[in-house]
Structures are given as C-alpha cells and as structure tokens.
Ligand binder design. Sequence first.
Ligand code: HEM
Length: 176
Amino acid sequence: MQKSTPNKYGSVAVTIHWLTALLIVGLLISGNRLDGMTDSAAKAQLLMIHAPVGVLVGLLTVLRIFWWWRFDKKPEPAGTTPAWQERAAQGVHVLFYVVILGMAASGVGMMVLSGAGEIVFGGAPGSLPDFGGYAPRMPHGIGAKVMFALLIVHAGAALYHHFLLKDELLRRMWYR
Ligand code: HEM
C-alpha cells in the first residue's frame, strides 16, 4: 500500500525514510573524512560522491515534505508514551527537515562560492580551495554535529520503543 493508514506507514514513506537514513549515514562518514583530507585529488574524488548524494538527500526531503503535505497523512501517535514524548518526537522530525535542507543548501553554497564545482565536476585544473574561507562552511559543520545528535536521539527512541516498550512503533516503519 503506497499511502499510510492510522497505524502503519505506507510504502512511499517507508522507502523515503530508510533510503534517506542510509544516505545520511554515508554522508556523515564521508563528510568526516573530507574534513581531514589534504590530498586534493583524492578529496575531489570523494566530493564527486558526497556532493550529489547530499543534493539527492535534499531533494528526497523536499519530496517527503510534499508527499506529506499533498498526498498522505501520518499514522496516529503510538499511544504508548506520554504526550511530551510525542511532542518531542515531532520536534525532532521537524529539526531533521531543517538540518537536512540546511546541510544541502550550505554544501551547494560552498561549492558554488569557492568554484570547487568546476574542479570536481568540470575537469578544471587546479587544487581544491580551503572551504574554511567560505561562509557556508561553518553552518555545514554545525549542522553535521546537530544531525549526529538528532540521529542518536531518534534511533535511541526507536530502539527504546522496540526493545523496552515492545510496541509496534519500529515495525510500522517497514513494509508489510
Ligand atoms: C544532507 C546532506 C549533507 C550531509 C549530512 C553532509 C555531511 C557532511 C559532514 C559531516 C561534513 C564534515 C563536516 C565537519 O566535520 O565539520 C561535510 C563536509 C563537506 N561537505 Fe557535506 N553534507 C551534506 C551535503 C553536502 C552537499 C550537497 C555538498 C556539495 C554540493 C557538500 C559538500 C561538502 C564539502 C565540500 C565538505 C568539506 C568541507 C571541508 O573539507 O572543509 N555536502 N559534509
């Protein structure tokens, strides 16, 4: 079923969720490597993957927001936790959207402002610039830390529901 029901996520939401989760873990790992790299050619090669995947995650998030807005309705809260935890979960979800879109925008901003896009994708000669000299670098670094913290809280809560409360919360974010 493509659309969600009051107690189950639909296949479109499930696919966007797990695909995004997988890609974000890859972006956090590759981004962490990029940060410490000094070999310009190797860094350009990794950026050739990191940058388009980052853009893809941004686009998937726009698609996800559009999907919920126009086509689908979220399932009811699990009902196994107090109201403040449900509100906290909603807050974490909104923050995820904000941070993902901010990371994608600041990533594109770094590439455009520094001219690195030409070197990575356009085959232009020269070595990569120091991204630290461009304004979007700082929000990209802060966003990475916030994203990591959100992931811990979000995944921790899902595991708490699954193993301690033993409810259906994690199972309903999967295909039938
Ligand atoms: C959801 C999307 C994204 C995530 C989660 C992500 C994650 C990261 C992380 C964790 C870092 C290391 C930051 C640090 O240690 O301070 C990083 C660095 C970097 N990211 Fe992204 N990124 C995303 C999107 C993008 C996009 C779309 C681009 C380019 C179009 C991009 C370009 C870069 C560059 C150039 C660096 C290296 C900066 C440096 O070496 O100083 N990122 N990213």
